[in-house]
Design a protein around this ligand. Structure first.
Ligand code: GDP
Length: 212
Protein backbone atom coordinates (compact mmCIF):
# COMPACT_ATOMS: atom_id res chain seq x y z
CA UNK A 1 0.00 0.00 0.00
CA UNK A 2 2.78 2.43 0.86
CA UNK A 3 4.16 2.57 -2.64
CA UNK A 4 0.92 3.96 -4.02
CA UNK A 5 1.16 7.37 -2.36
CA UNK A 6 0.24 10.46 -4.32
CA UNK A 7 0.02 14.05 -3.12
CA UNK A 8 -3.56 14.89 -2.18
CA UNK A 9 -3.83 18.24 -0.38
CA UNK A 10 -2.23 20.68 2.08
CA UNK A 11 -4.24 22.24 4.88
CA UNK A 12 -3.57 25.10 7.27
CA UNK A 13 -6.67 24.78 9.45
CA UNK A 14 -8.32 21.79 11.10
CA UNK A 15 -11.54 22.91 9.53
CA UNK A 16 -10.12 22.03 6.10
CA UNK A 17 -9.00 18.45 6.87
CA UNK A 18 -10.18 16.06 4.16
CA UNK A 19 -12.60 13.22 4.77
CA UNK A 20 -10.53 10.22 5.79
CA UNK A 21 -11.20 6.63 6.75
CA UNK A 22 -7.73 6.10 8.20
CA UNK A 23 -4.46 7.98 8.29
CA UNK A 24 -0.97 7.72 9.78
CA UNK A 25 0.83 10.92 10.78
CA UNK A 26 4.57 11.48 10.44
CA UNK A 27 6.00 13.96 12.90
CA UNK A 28 9.47 15.10 13.88
CA UNK A 29 11.83 17.88 14.58
CA UNK A 30 12.87 19.80 11.54
CA UNK A 31 15.93 18.13 9.98
CA UNK A 32 15.35 14.82 11.85
CA UNK A 33 14.99 13.00 8.52
CA UNK A 34 11.19 12.91 8.17
CA UNK A 35 11.09 13.68 4.46
CA UNK A 36 13.82 11.14 3.73
CA UNK A 37 11.96 8.50 5.75
CA UNK A 38 8.68 9.22 3.94
CA UNK A 39 10.42 9.02 0.61
CA UNK A 40 12.09 5.73 1.42
CA UNK A 41 8.98 4.13 2.88
CA UNK A 42 6.76 5.14 -0.02
CA UNK A 43 9.56 4.40 -2.50
CA UNK A 44 8.63 7.60 -4.28
CA UNK A 45 11.58 9.90 -4.64
CA UNK A 46 10.89 13.47 -3.60
CA UNK A 47 7.35 12.75 -2.41
CA UNK A 48 7.71 14.46 0.93
CA UNK A 49 9.85 17.23 -0.47
CA UNK A 50 6.57 18.56 -1.78
CA UNK A 51 6.07 19.55 1.84
CA UNK A 52 9.26 21.58 1.79
CA UNK A 53 8.30 23.87 -1.02
CA UNK A 54 8.05 27.47 0.18
CA UNK A 55 4.71 28.14 1.81
CA UNK A 56 4.03 24.50 2.64
CA UNK A 57 6.34 24.02 5.61
CA UNK A 58 3.71 25.03 8.17
CA UNK A 59 0.96 23.00 6.55
CA UNK A 60 -0.38 19.51 7.11
CA UNK A 61 0.28 17.62 3.88
CA UNK A 62 -1.84 14.64 2.89
CA UNK A 63 -0.63 11.82 0.64
CA UNK A 64 -3.27 9.36 -0.48
CA UNK A 65 -2.49 5.63 -0.40
CA UNK A 66 -5.93 4.33 -1.33
CA UNK A 67 -9.32 6.03 -1.49
CA UNK A 68 -9.65 8.07 1.73
CA UNK A 69 -6.56 6.48 3.31
CA UNK A 70 -3.61 8.80 3.90
CA UNK A 71 -0.09 9.34 5.12
CA UNK A 72 0.03 12.74 6.76
CA UNK A 73 3.20 14.80 6.86
CA UNK A 74 2.99 17.15 9.84
CA UNK A 75 5.00 20.39 9.92
CA UNK A 76 8.51 19.91 11.29
CA UNK A 77 9.09 21.56 14.64
CA UNK A 78 12.03 23.01 16.54
CA UNK A 79 13.24 25.73 14.21
CA UNK A 80 15.70 27.85 16.16
CA UNK A 81 14.16 31.24 15.52
CA UNK A 82 10.44 31.08 15.16
CA UNK A 83 8.30 34.09 16.04
CA UNK A 84 6.08 33.42 19.09
CA UNK A 85 2.90 33.77 17.07
CA UNK A 86 4.03 31.10 14.58
CA UNK A 87 4.96 28.83 17.49
CA UNK A 88 1.58 29.35 19.12
CA UNK A 89 -0.21 28.64 15.85
CA UNK A 90 1.86 25.48 15.34
CA UNK A 91 1.09 24.25 18.84
CA UNK A 92 -2.62 24.85 18.47
CA UNK A 93 -2.84 23.11 15.11
CA UNK A 94 -0.68 20.14 16.04
CA UNK A 95 -2.07 19.47 19.49
CA UNK A 96 -5.67 19.62 18.34
CA UNK A 97 -4.98 17.49 15.27
CA UNK A 98 -3.24 14.83 17.35
CA UNK A 99 -5.83 14.81 20.10
CA UNK A 100 -9.01 15.13 18.08
CA UNK A 101 -8.53 13.58 14.69
CA UNK A 102 -10.63 10.45 14.73
CA UNK A 103 -9.28 8.95 11.53
CA UNK A 104 -5.74 9.05 12.91
CA UNK A 105 -4.64 5.45 13.47
CA UNK A 106 -1.12 6.07 14.76
CA UNK A 107 1.83 8.43 14.78
CA UNK A 108 5.31 7.76 13.43
CA UNK A 109 7.70 10.04 15.32
CA UNK A 110 11.10 10.58 13.74
CA UNK A 111 14.01 11.52 15.98
CA UNK A 112 17.65 11.90 15.10
CA UNK A 113 19.28 8.91 16.83
CA UNK A 114 22.07 11.22 17.98
CA UNK A 115 19.65 13.55 19.83
CA UNK A 116 16.51 11.62 20.70
CA UNK A 117 13.68 12.75 23.00
CA UNK A 118 14.10 16.51 22.88
CA UNK A 119 11.56 18.50 24.94
CA UNK A 120 9.43 19.06 21.82
CA UNK A 121 9.49 15.32 21.01
CA UNK A 122 8.24 14.68 24.51
CA UNK A 123 5.54 17.26 24.01
CA UNK A 124 4.32 15.39 20.93
CA UNK A 125 4.16 12.21 23.01
CA UNK A 126 2.33 14.04 25.80
CA UNK A 127 -0.26 15.27 23.36
CA UNK A 128 -0.79 11.98 21.58
CA UNK A 129 -0.35 9.07 23.99
CA UNK A 130 -3.49 9.94 26.02
CA UNK A 131 -5.55 9.05 22.92
CA UNK A 132 -4.53 5.41 23.46
CA UNK A 133 -3.42 5.16 19.83
CA UNK A 134 0.02 3.75 19.05
CA UNK A 135 3.27 5.63 18.43
CA UNK A 136 6.22 4.17 16.55
CA UNK A 137 9.51 6.00 16.95
CA UNK A 138 12.15 5.87 14.21
CA UNK A 139 15.61 6.66 15.53
CA UNK A 140 16.82 8.07 12.25
CA UNK A 141 20.26 8.52 10.74
CA UNK A 142 21.36 5.39 12.63
CA UNK A 143 24.09 4.99 9.99
CA UNK A 144 25.87 7.83 11.79
CA UNK A 145 26.23 5.73 14.96
CA UNK A 146 28.61 2.85 15.63
CA UNK A 147 27.11 -0.56 16.35
CA UNK A 148 27.62 -0.16 20.07
CA UNK A 149 26.15 3.35 20.07
CA UNK A 150 23.08 2.01 18.29
CA UNK A 151 22.54 -0.68 20.90
CA UNK A 152 22.99 1.81 23.74
CA UNK A 153 20.75 4.45 22.19
CA UNK A 154 17.95 2.00 21.53
CA UNK A 155 18.19 0.65 25.06
CA UNK A 156 18.23 4.13 26.59
CA UNK A 157 15.23 5.40 24.62
CA UNK A 158 13.24 2.25 25.38
CA UNK A 159 14.04 2.63 29.06
CA UNK A 160 12.98 6.28 29.11
CA UNK A 161 9.64 5.42 27.50
CA UNK A 162 8.88 2.22 29.35
CA UNK A 163 6.12 3.82 31.40
CA UNK A 164 4.19 4.77 28.24
CA UNK A 165 1.80 2.23 26.78
CA UNK A 166 1.65 1.77 23.04
CA UNK A 167 5.03 3.32 22.18
CA UNK A 168 7.47 1.24 20.15
CA UNK A 169 10.98 2.21 19.03
CA UNK A 170 13.39 1.07 16.33
CA UNK A 171 16.60 2.15 14.63
CA UNK A 172 16.23 3.57 11.15
CA UNK A 173 18.37 4.91 8.33
CA UNK A 174 17.10 6.29 5.06
CA UNK A 175 20.65 6.15 3.77
CA UNK A 176 21.36 2.46 4.47
CA UNK A 177 17.67 1.39 4.55
CA UNK A 178 18.23 -0.02 8.01
CA UNK A 179 14.84 -0.76 9.57
CA UNK A 180 12.81 0.22 6.50
CA UNK A 181 10.98 -3.10 6.22
CA UNK A 182 10.19 -3.17 9.92
CA UNK A 183 8.81 0.37 9.82
CA UNK A 184 6.69 -0.38 6.74
CA UNK A 185 5.27 -3.47 8.48
CA UNK A 186 4.20 -1.40 11.48
CA UNK A 187 2.51 1.23 9.32
CA UNK A 188 0.72 -1.26 7.09
CA UNK A 189 -0.42 -3.13 10.19
CA UNK A 190 -1.97 0.04 11.62
CA UNK A 191 -3.70 0.83 8.36
CA UNK A 192 -5.14 -2.66 8.17
CA UNK A 193 -6.35 -2.35 11.75
CA UNK A 194 -7.98 1.05 11.06
CA UNK A 195 -8.27 4.07 13.33
CA UNK A 196 -10.09 2.38 16.20
CA UNK A 197 -8.61 -1.05 16.23
CA UNK A 198 -5.07 0.14 16.75
CA UNK A 199 -5.95 1.51 20.18
CA UNK A 200 -3.83 0.22 22.99
CA UNK A 201 -6.59 0.28 25.54
CA UNK A 202 -10.28 -0.38 25.24
CA UNK A 203 -12.25 -2.55 22.89
CA UNK A 204 -10.08 -1.81 19.87
CA UNK A 205 -7.47 -4.40 20.73
CA UNK A 206 -10.11 -7.08 21.23
CA UNK A 207 -11.53 -6.93 17.73
CA UNK A 208 -10.31 -9.91 15.77
CA UNK A 209 -12.21 -9.83 12.50
CA UNK A 210 -10.54 -8.28 9.49
CA UNK A 211 -11.44 -4.68 8.56
CA UNK A 212 -14.03 -4.03 5.85
P1 GDP B 1 13.29 16.67 7.63
O1 GDP B 1 13.53 18.15 7.82
O2 GDP B 1 12.97 15.99 8.94
O3 GDP B 1 12.29 16.34 6.58
O4 GDP B 1 14.69 16.02 7.22
P2 GDP B 1 15.29 15.58 5.78
O5 GDP B 1 14.74 14.26 5.38
O6 GDP B 1 15.19 16.69 4.83
O7 GDP B 1 16.81 15.34 6.19
C1 GDP B 1 17.59 16.36 6.78
C2 GDP B 1 19.04 16.10 6.43
O8 GDP B 1 19.46 14.87 7.00
C3 GDP B 1 19.30 16.00 4.94
O9 GDP B 1 20.55 16.57 4.65
C4 GDP B 1 19.31 14.49 4.68
O10 GDP B 1 20.11 14.13 3.58
C5 GDP B 1 19.91 13.98 5.97
N1 GDP B 1 19.42 12.62 6.28
C6 GDP B 1 18.13 12.22 6.34
N2 GDP B 1 18.05 10.91 6.64
C7 GDP B 1 19.32 10.47 6.79
C8 GDP B 1 19.90 9.18 7.12
O11 GDP B 1 19.23 8.18 7.34
N3 GDP B 1 21.26 9.14 7.21
C9 GDP B 1 22.05 10.24 7.00
N4 GDP B 1 23.37 10.07 7.13
N5 GDP B 1 21.54 11.44 6.66
C10 GDP B 1 20.20 11.55 6.56
Amino acid sequence: MLNRATFHTSVARLHDLPFSRAEIAFAGRSNAGKSSALNLLTRIKRLAFTSKTPGRTQLINFFELAPDIFLVDLPGYGYARVPPEVKAQWEGLLSRYLQEREALAGMVLIMDARHPLTPLDRRMLDWFTPTGKPVHILLSKADKLSNSERVLTLRRVKKELESLDGVSVQLFSSLSRLGADAAADVIEGWLQAGPDRGRVEGVGTEVAESPQ
